[in-house]
Structures are given as C-alpha cells and as structure tokens.
Write a protein that binds this ligand. Structure first.
Ligand SMILES: [Fe+2]
Length: 135
C-alpha cells in the first residue's frame, strides 16, 4: 500500500497543529512500511503504541487550543476525537489478537486526513475565530 503524502491542502493554518498532523501521517506511513518489509510483530507493536500515544497527545493539544479560542464546536469535536481514539484502541486490541490491521489503519488515516482534518479541524480556523495562536 502506497505511503500517503502530506499536502498543503491538509494545513489548517495553526503551525503546531499542522506539524502534529504531519507527524501522525509519518507514523502511519512508518507502520505500513514496516509491515510491507515484514518487520517483526514487536516492531509493529511499538509503532502502533506510538500512534495511540501521539494521537491522544495531539487531540489533547487540539482541544486545549479550541478551548483557548473559545471555539463553539468544541463539544462536538471532542466527541469525534473520542470516536477516533476508540478506533486506534481497537487496532491495538485486534493487533494483540494477531489480526491484520493494515487496511484498517490506512482507512483510518484516509478518513482522518480527508474528513476530520479538512472539515472538522479546518472549521476551527474558519469559524470566525482567530487563526493565530492565542496569548
Ligand atoms: Fe481534530
């Protein structure tokens, strides 16, 4: 499965958040590459753990940002984050059971890039709220 390339289209205009999004893409691509090269389960498990940890960290940051700029869609956005976290935790569970999760992870990234970032995350900066990092 081909690696997903980062594009400027995915940027929402908040430098920290854009950098974090890019890092998440990099982790998922690294997982896929390791799987394609037949890396050991232990290596894949470590990358997966990194993905889960970083996703949680990133969502916490993004929610903190929405809170600071008093974004009106915070509650709904938080609920979407919880669903995405549940998804990555599910990957961990399936992976631990020895199931193949590569396609699911790829689909997760695609959904997250094309839907969540481009619609939900972009809405944070286009909803009339200040796009710059608040003081
Ligand atoms: Fe988000």
């Amino acid at each position: 499965m081909a690696a997903i390339a980062w594009s400027r289209e995915f940027e929402i205009g908040v430098p920290e958040i854009d950098a974090q999004h890019q890092h998440l893409v990099e982790i998922v691509n690294r997982f896929e590459e390791a799987r394609a090269r037949g890396k050991a389960t232990r290596v894949l498990g470590e990358i997966l753990k990194e993905l889960i940890g970083y996703t949680q960290e990133h969502f916490a940051f993004e929610e903190g940002y929405m809170h600071k700029v008093e974004y009106s869609g915070l509650k709904l956005h938080q609920a979407k984050h919880r669903q995405l976290i549940a998804k990555v935790e599910r990957f961990q569970f399936d992976f631990d059971q020895g199931r193949r999760i590569s396609i699911e992870i790829h689909d997760f990234l695609k959904y997250w890039l094309l839907n969540h970032i481009q619609e939900d995350d972009k809405a944070i900066t286009t909803a009339g709220e200040p796009a710059a990092t608040p003081a």
